[in-house]
Design a protein around this ligand. Structure first.
Ligand code: ADP
Ligand code: MG
Ligand code: MG
Ligand code: MG
Length: 401
């Protein structure tokens, strides 16, 4: 059973059975395919009697997109498992434990997190996660700092960059986030009701300049090992725990892309509250909760990153040059704002949408949320290089709502 082929449930069970640290020999195991996937199979395998379980994720050799499929490298399973292992070392307790990686079958066997909920669902259901900002700021500061030239030997880093060359998955981002939403591309997908907004995006030169600059940075700046797809669908959460999954887009890129992804997805939920809250008071309270979370994420990230830099910095001149740290953190904030905006826009007019907005059943309420998300997203992109404080981003969201 070694040559690559997509597994069926019985085969998945047989492979899982080999993990003797999880399952007792001879146990009766049950398998369920739970992936939502266009790209991967995800099997949940459990021993109902013992209550033990694990997740087996297998990459498929193609992506299903707009009814067609295009080939996609299985090497992303290696990237995903290596990224999970590295993130687990740098940010213990914030990613699932990897039990096994099988290169030939392109599969990763990992800790089952079914006692958590996917954060996008949790936010739609108005959940509150008071430790999230603390947890995700640690994840971001640790994984980004220690994989950058500030926090690791620069020759070793170059060798790591080579291990995480991920051209096919990067191209998905380059096309779907930094190109297609700004032209009349076949992959775009939006409600007819907002065609005026989509067409405005295709003809906004000021916006295109900023997007081209953000795209250039995504293409060329090997700043740190990114997760690469850090939306709220890649975060498992419960009140006392946060776990980041699904780093198959990992590569060395600009740090602000990951921080911006988290913030963009909180703001997409912010834009959707018109539907998900029953009255104006609840809406205002939940929006304040989201804004406070965003503020706290940046403030904590900034403090933790600077503190790691003080204690563990390896780069002499960048530690001693007057003003360099402040300059660096400000550019990081500006990138965060620009990427947050880019990630909001693509979720409204591009190929892949978010449930926070798509699942609003009433067309008028959905249209309202889409227009709000677009207006925040565009403004963040346009203002990114002028941003001086996280309050500037918050101001954009609050004044649009
Ligand atoms: P994809 O790359 O195809 O998006 P994900 O890694 O995001 O795959 O997993 C898809 C879904 O499978 C998740 O939304 C979640 O429901 C389930 N899943 C993935 N990993 C785990 C895990 N470690 N524990 C429990 N469920 C998981
Ligand atoms: Mg209309
Ligand atoms: Mg996923
Ligand atoms: Mg994925």
């Amino acid at each position: 059973m070694s040559a690559y082929h997509p597994l069926n449930e019985q085969e998945a069970i047989e492979i899982a059975r080999g993990l003797e640290s999880i399952f007792t020999p001879g146990a009766h195991l049950v398998s369920r395919e739970i992936g939502d996937g266009n790209l991967n199979l995800v099997f949940h395998i459990s021993d109902p009697k013992e209550g033990s379980s694990l997740i087996l994720k297998q990459a498929l050799p193609y992506a299903k997109v707009v009814g067609e499929s295009w080939p996609l490298t299985l090497d992303r399973a290696r990237i995903e498992s290596e990224a999970l292992i590295q993130q687990g070392k740098l940010a213990p307790g914030l990613v699932p434990t990897v039990y096994k990686y099988d290169p030939e079958l392109a599969l990763t066997i990992m800790q089952d997190l079914s006692d958590h909920v996917i954060m996008r669902r949790g936010l739609i259901e108005s959940g509150r996660y008071p430790l999230f900002a603390e947890h995700i700021s640690t994840f971001l500061a640790n994984t980004l700092f220690f994989t950058s030239d500030l926090g690791m030997n620069q020759q070793s880093k170059k060798l790591r960059v080579r291990e995480f060359i991920n051209p096919e998955l990067c191209k998905i981002t380059e096309d779907l986030i930094f190109d297609h939403p700004y032209t009349d591309a076949d992959t775009n997908s939006f409600d007819e009701a907002i065609r005026d907004e989509a067409e405005a995006l295709w003809n906004d030169g000021e916006l295109h300049l900023e997007v081209a600059l953000l795209r250039e940075k995504f293409l060329t700046q090997a700043q740190a090992l990114l997760h690469g797809d850090l939306h709220t669908g890649s975060i498992f959460i419960k009140p006392d725990s946060t776990q980041v999954i699904d780093p198959e887009f990992a590569y060395y890129g600009p740090m602000g892309f990951d921080i911006g992804a988290v913030i963009a997805n909180l703001l997409l939920n912010f834009a959707a509250r018109g539907h998900w809250d029953s009255d104006e008071t609840a809406r205002q309270e939940y929006r304040s909760y989201l804004i406070e979370t965003i503020r706290e994420i940046w403030i904590k990230f900034d403090a933790k990153f600077r503190s790691l830099w003080e204690k563990n910095g390896v780069d002499r001149i960048s530690m001693t040059a007057p003003g360099y740290k402040d300059n660096y953190m400000n550019r990081l904030l500006q990138d965060t704002v620009g990427y947050a905006g880019s990630k909001m826009v693509r979720r409204i007019v591009g190929l892949a949408h978010v449930a926070d907005i798509d699942q609003i059943p009433d067309p008028a309420a959905r249209e309202h949320a889409q227009r709000l998300a677009l207006s925040i997203g565009k403004e963040l992109i346009k203002r990114n290089r002028k941003t001086a404080a996280i309050e500037d981003l918050i101001e954009v969201a609050q004044s649009a709502a």
